[in-house]
Design a protein around this ligand. Sequence first.
Ligand code: MOS
Length: 710
Amino acid sequence: MTADARTGKAESSVGQDRVRIDGPLKVTGTAPYAFEQPVENPLYLFPLTSTIAKGKIRRIDAAAARAVSGVVDVLTHENAPRLLAKTDAELYLLQSPDVHYFGEYIGAVVAESQEIARHAAGLVRVEYVAEAEDTAFRPGHPGEYNPKKINTGKPADTQQGQLEEGLAQAVVTVDEVYTTPYEHHNPLEMHSITATWDRERLGGVLGVLGERPRLQIYDASQGVSFVRLMLAPLLGLLPQQIEVISPYVGGAFGAKGIPHAQVMLAVLAAKRLPGRPVKYMLTRQQMFRSVGHRLTTHQRFRLGAAADGTLTAIAHDVSQSSSRLKQFAEQTVNATRHLYAAPNRQTTTRMVPLDIGPATFMRAPGEFPGMFAQETALDELAVRLGMDPIELRLRNKPDTDPESGKPHSSHYLNECLLEGARLFGWQERKAPGERQAGEWLYGMGVAAATYPRQMTVPTKASVRFAGGRYVVSIAAADLGTGAWTALTQIAADALQVSQNEIQLQLGHSDLPFAHLAGGSTGTYNWGSAVMVAAVKFRSQYGQTPAEGDEAEGSAYFPDESKKYVLDAYGAHFAEVKVSRVTGEVRVTRMLGVYDGGRIINPRTANSQFIGGMTMGISAALHEESYLDSRPGYGHVVNSDFAGYHIAANADVPDVQARWIEHPDPMFGPTGAKGIGEIGIVGVPAAIGNAIYNATGKRLRELPFTPDKLV
Ligand code: MOS
């Protein structure tokens, strides 16, 4: 906080447009990323990956690779260090000759240079005993099962009221199937790691306590505290023996949330070469194999409504892909349980077990695919009712949470819809086919967005006065989202000092334990811990602290918040043009209006919102990983940017975000709601609804490629 020179009034940092603290380091190329961290005498790893989807390795002939000058080691399941506990099937790597999916890590070459490692890896001959695999996703698969719980710990299925009666009462119904494809995370920075095994001397008189192993990892990670906790039991180490460092991350959308097999691969390689740091950065192609993906879904969505649009029934029945190696049961049905009122409700989740790699979180897992179905179905219902789709949504706002009956802590969905309609010029919207220019048909669409407050694990922060500055420490992560800056702003206000008196430390596992950057919890959760530590510091040491004064605090959330259901909301508006000649879709304009609680930094928040919308446009128009499910294959065919298209600048000419700012104290003392994921939720539905408005053609399969429109 600084005093305004003119008025003498204190001016807060929170809410001000602040440039990124880490910006200069990043744009000058000097921010050290995991692969670039300067270490002594590094080695480079290139992996061996399976070329079958299921079976066993019979023999690995690495003689030619070992003979290459500069090759230091060839790691395989035969010589890999043993892991002590199978606490995570994905991380339990190289412990047997079994192959679970195509592209699985089955070993690695470690060499003095990246080029040598890659060349030598190509010389390794692997013989397999292949078994019949199944990689073909289809609902109703004989092995389909009920996972009982879905991600975030909620039940897989729910029932309320009488669904069939609710549908029978309805004057208008929708009963359609919506599908979403496999997608792969593609941040600018591929996953990378620099791992070093060493020994550390323990204390005691003359070092009598001896030595113990120490593992240091520079990782591209959304949560250093979790990396260490997850690796420790497998490696038989105490968490304190593992140091995980990740100050800068070149983008992450969930795949860097928890460690995947690549971390263990480098760690096992490094363990055989104590004292030598082993570096591994995935190739872009490897990003499509073993570091997670968005699973594919088949969603039957049913709606029933009275003539005035009042919903009488909602049913959402989902079947989705799963890895036999490790289940990730995406919460695809979650938003359906909360967004609209209807007395008769059903949601179900089924998993189809396949011989594919594990899925993982990808920006708004669950809400993203589920809301594509729900918000498209709502639009279909509006068409059948002859009602404006905004009006239909306004009418079905629930008074309390439809599932639990609890009140909402704050709920500004309708305000977002109305404000968005005004700003976007919704009243200009015409009927399908009515607005054209040359070969182009124009249309507008809308979709709601919601994202829940996720649970967090206990998170701490500390404030220490050192060198005339307030050193604020927390093992948080900045994925490029602006956490460095937002947490500094929060700390400055809580300590009532100016931003440049704060020195923030994050991205190191020795710092106070923090929940990972996931579930859009970062700002309100880490921010809460920082505020508590700062307030404690001030009350203990006053305005003139002494060097070394320190206070620690844990994230605080009001007990009262348990009485409420907590969600962020938004409304997405899209205008598209569709070529009658080629079926090409261009998103000409897009607007998101959000109820995201307090906005800590309008600049970085705006980037989060428009980044989410951009990723949503990308998913709507382009993104799809084609898995070749013919017998003997099982790999992603389009595993590079030539085949896997991602929205580029020309795809997003005009994407804007606005917000309705109502701080919500039930989300914690910052008043901020999560905003990292809501920007993508419902975007493909808004675009698909706009395509319908332009053309009269309803698309229910993502992505909306031209072949589906000609
Ligand atoms: Mo985000 S998909 O919760 O990392």
